[in-house]
Each structure stands twice: as C-alpha cells, then as structure tokens.
Design a binder for this molecule. Structure first.
Ligand code: NAD
Length: 263
C-alpha cells in the first residue's frame, strides 16, 4: 500500500520510548524526516542510536520538556531550521500522574493541564502556519481509551484528555479547508513502561503482584492480550497518509475491543 509519506517532515513529541518511539520508527521506515523530543537526554540518545542501527537513519533528537512553552517553541524552531516546516505533528505526552480525586492537589492538576492539553495546543499553534502555507498537514494526538471509558484511578488523564478530544474536533473544523486533518488515536492497554508503572501502582493498592495485575488487564481485553506499541503506530501512520485524507475530527480507539460502548 503506497502511503505517500516519503520526505514528509514529522515531529513526534515525548518519543524517547513507548508509543512515541514506535511511531517515530514507523515514520522513519516510510522514508520521512523524523524529529523526536523528550525530557531525558540519555533515553533520547539511546533511542536515536538504536533507530540508526536498525534503519541506518538517525532521527533528529531534541531535549524538550513539553510542560514548558519556551522549550516547545525552541524544539519547533530547531526542527524547522534542520528540516523545514513540519508536515506531520504527533502530539504524544507522558501519562499524567495516576491517582484518585482525594490524592491530587492543585499542582498535580496544573501539571497535567500543561502536559496533556497545553502541550497539544502549543505545538499545534506553532506548526499550523507552515501547514497552511503548504495547504497540507496532519495533527494526530495520542489520547487514551479513557476518553471513551474513564479509568478509575486516572482522574487526571480522564479529564484532560477529554479537553484534547474537544480541542481536536474544534480545530479540525477550522483547518479542513487547508487539507489539514486533526485526529486522536486512543490506545487501549499497551505494553510500555507507562503501563508497567500503572500496574505497579495498582498492585500497591490491591496487595497483588504487578504481574498479576498485568495478566488481569490482558484478560479483560476481548482479544486477551495487551497491545504492542507498533500496533498503535500503524494507525498513526495511516492517519498521516494520503489514504486517510477524508478522516478528520475523529477519535479512533485501538483497544482490542475493551471499550464497552458501541461508538
Ligand atoms: P511511556 O511512559 O512509555 O513514554 C512516555 C514518553 O514521554 C517518554 O519518552 C518520556 O520521556 C516522555 N515524557 C514524559 N514527560 C515528558 C515531558 N514533560 N516532556 C517531554 N517528554 C516527556 O508512555 P506510553 O505508554 O508510550 O504512553 C504514551 C501516551 O499514551 C501517554 O500519554 C499515555 O498516558 C497514553 N496511553 C498509554 C496507554 C498504555 O497502555 N501504554 C494506554 C492509553 C493511553
């Protein structure tokens, strides 16, 4: 299947590991010019080198705390300087702190707001002028099954990602005329360090082992397993392609069927 992505400039945020990294790898395989950013230099460097050894192409890597407006602006400027205007923006972020309502203070809410919603708003604002001038662009936000089915101890994620969902839908209405699509990909349980940490937290509350918690999670999924990060990446890359030009404003779950609702 020809995706027509060769030489597109892609920025994947929060991409030193997990889903973000898998997305970056798949865009590299498609012949894109890929930039990745995250906070942790060691992880970024390791990821960039591993990707280079796999595909003989090193992604442009940038240290950027996506909770900080100035660092976001700097990251976008560096990508532009090296590769030109960004064609495809994948707004990924670290998962906000797990916890129940009583566990969380204002500072935790503020932090999650910056990380989940404002990072999406800020990156999108900075890339849109370039996309409009090319009359083509893709913005894809990684959200969560939590937007369709809130997860009990993830009140920050449940709340802020609904904001991203509404933001994307509204923005898609405004930019469709420039051939820019804006969509959300909502992963289900995907085996990354984030899921591992959630399982450890849940295990502390329930007194079970985290291995048992992970096995219970997999058992809850109709397909009886956790997702692999590359499975989430496949959907992201498809949405970025020319084949998906008529999909916009959508939230597409990739969840092994765990979401119980019919839409
Ligand atoms: P992960 O923990 O494996 O990776 C998160 C990445 O974000 C890392 O590269 C980390 O360095 C980076 N990061 C964290 N905070 C950052 C910051 N302030 N600035 C820059 N980079 C930062 O996570 P993952 O499992 O790949 O999940 C990615 C996203 O998908 C998260 O938002 C997560 O909540 C969501 N999600 C994951 C699952 C799952 O089961 N793994 C399910 C639903 C939704």
């Amino acid at each position: 299947m020809e995706l027509h992505l060769k030489d597109k400039t892609v920025l994947v945020t929060a991409a030193s590991m997990g889903i973000g990294r898998a997305v970056a790898e798949l865009f590299i395989k498609e012949g894109c010019k890929v930039a990745i950013c995250s906070r942790n230099k060691e992880n970024l460097l390791k990821t960039a080198q591993e990707i280079k050894s796999l595909y003989d192409i090193e992604p442009l890597w940038l240290i950027c705390d996506i909770n900080k407006a100035a660092e976001i602006e700097n990251a976008v400027n560096v990508v532009r300087h090296n590769y030109g205007d960004i064609d495809i923006l994948v707004n990924n972020c670290g998962g906000p702190m797990p916890g129940f309502f009583e566990d969380l203070a204002d500072e935790h809410w503020q932090d999650a707001y910056e990380q989940v919603l404002m990072s999406t708003v800020r990156f999108s604002r900075l890339v849109l002028p370039g996309m409009k001038s090319k009359n083509w662009g893709r913005i894809i936000n990684i959200t969560s099954l939590a937007v369709k089915q809130p997860v009990d101890n993830l009140i920050l994620s449940n709340s802020l990602r609904s904001g991203v969902t509404a933001f994307a839908k509204t923005l898609s209405n405004h930019v469709g005329k420039y051939n820019i699509t804006v969509n959300n990909v909502a992963p289900g349980y995907t085996l990354t360090s984030r899921l591992y940490e959630l399982a450890v937290t849940r295990a502390k509350h329930s007194g079970e082992s985290h291995e048992h918690v992970l096995a219970l999670m997999a058992n809850d999924v109709p397909v009886k397993r956790l997702a692999r990060p590359d499975e989430i990446a496949s959907l992201v890359v498809y949405l970025a392609s020319e084949l998906a030009a008529y999909i916009t404003g959508s939230t597409i779950a990739i969840d092994g069927g765990i979401i119980k609702s019919t839409y």
